[in-house]
Write a protein that binds this ligand. Structure first.
Ligand SMILES: [Zn+2]
Length: 165
């Protein structure tokens, strides 16, 4: 989702918020009108009374619909922001083929900064999980690169001399 969409949604949310405020004012205004009407001589007019009640109900419905809309928009905006954060995080990695022939998402050189060079699991990334691949002892003094979450094995990482292991 692009910046533009997020910006547009923010604007819609602002419009919905101001609409909500004006509906709240509408509700209180209709309440006042209703109160005045009931105290007035026109209160005996049943047709007029029905119309005031209907207006009051309509404004209340609009206020409820606006509140619901505002909540939905806030949820959507939140979801888009989370998606953007995930995409930004993922953009720091590139799909790389290892010597073993397996593919991992490796941190781009220019993105390294103070972090140690590492790769994340492409399977887990597809499931919106950010899992750093780790060495796992594979026997015979060798370590494989594996995902601690989905347990995918990305093949040989390194060997260690027997006297050290
Ligand atoms: Zn995984």
């Amino acid at each position: 989702m692009s910046e533009f969409d997020i910006q547009t949604l923010k604007e819609i949310t602002e419009v919905a918020t101001s609409a909500l405020k004006s509906t709240e004012r509408g509700v209180s205004l209709v309440g006042t009108v209703k109160g005045l009407f009931e105290k007035s001589e026109a209160a005996g007019n049943s047709d007029l009374k029905a119309r005031v009640s209907e207006l009051s109900a309509q404004v209340t419905d609009a206020a409820l619909a606006n509140t619901k809309l505002k909540l939905q928009l806030a949820e959507l905006l939140n979801e888009l922001n989370e998606q953007k954060a995930r995409n930004d995080k993922l953009a720091r990695y590139e799909l790389t083929e290892r010597k073993s022939g397996s593919f991992v998402l490796k941190l781009r050189q220019e993105q390294q900064g103070n972090e140690p060079m590492h790769s994340i699991c492409p399977n887990c990334a597809d499931r919106r999980k950010h899992i750093v691949l780790q060495p796992k002892y594979h026997g015979m003094g060798t370590f494989n690169l594996v995902c601690p979450d989905c347990e995918a094995d990305f093949g040989h990482l390194r060997s260690v001399p027997y006297d050290v292991a």
